[in-house]
Design a protein around this ligand. Structure first.
Ligand code: HEC
Length: 104
């Protein structure tokens, strides 16, 4: 195989690897990041009278909500817009994976 073909293959598999990790999310990394959310949503993600529970939320619902805080669809939730704007797409995937593992 030519050197060029090898280089292309190597970068393809790199891109693929990163993509898979992203889509799946890393629950351990999400747990570390969730410290910023625990003040309001609780250590166990169970929420309280004013804050909705996140524990057991599907990754799809979680990601949808975070995207809506970031893009202004749910702009009235100012606290969440502020929290969401600090997060990268990778942070959100990791947090989604983490909260989906918690028992509701
Ligand atoms: C200052 C308090 C506060 C902090 C900090 C906070 N949240 Fe929230 N969160 C709320 C409140 C209040 C709501 C309900 C807002 C609404 O009505 O949309 C909410 C809603 C949500 C929702 C939508 C839940 C649903 O079922 O619709 C998600 C997802 C969420 N928060 C994730 C997070 C994550 C992840 C973090 C940390 C990066 C975080 N929140 C930090 C207060 C907070």
């Amino acid at each position: 195989m030519s050197k060029t073909a090898l280089t292309i293959l190597a970068s393809l598999s790199l891109a693929f690897g990163a993509g898979a990790a992203w889509a799946g999310g890393d629950a351990a990394a999400g747990k570390a990041k969730s410290e910023a959310c625990a003040d309001c949503h609780g250590e166990d993600g169970k929420g309280d009278d004013e804050t909705p529970a996140l524990a057991g939320l599907s990754a799809a619902d979680f990601t949808k909500a975070m995207t809506e805080y970031q893009d202004g669809t749910r702009a009235e939730a100012k606290m969440m817009v502020k929290a969401a704007k600090k997060l990268s797409a990778e942070d959100i995937a990791n947090l989604a994976a983490y909260y989906a593992t918690l028992k509701p």
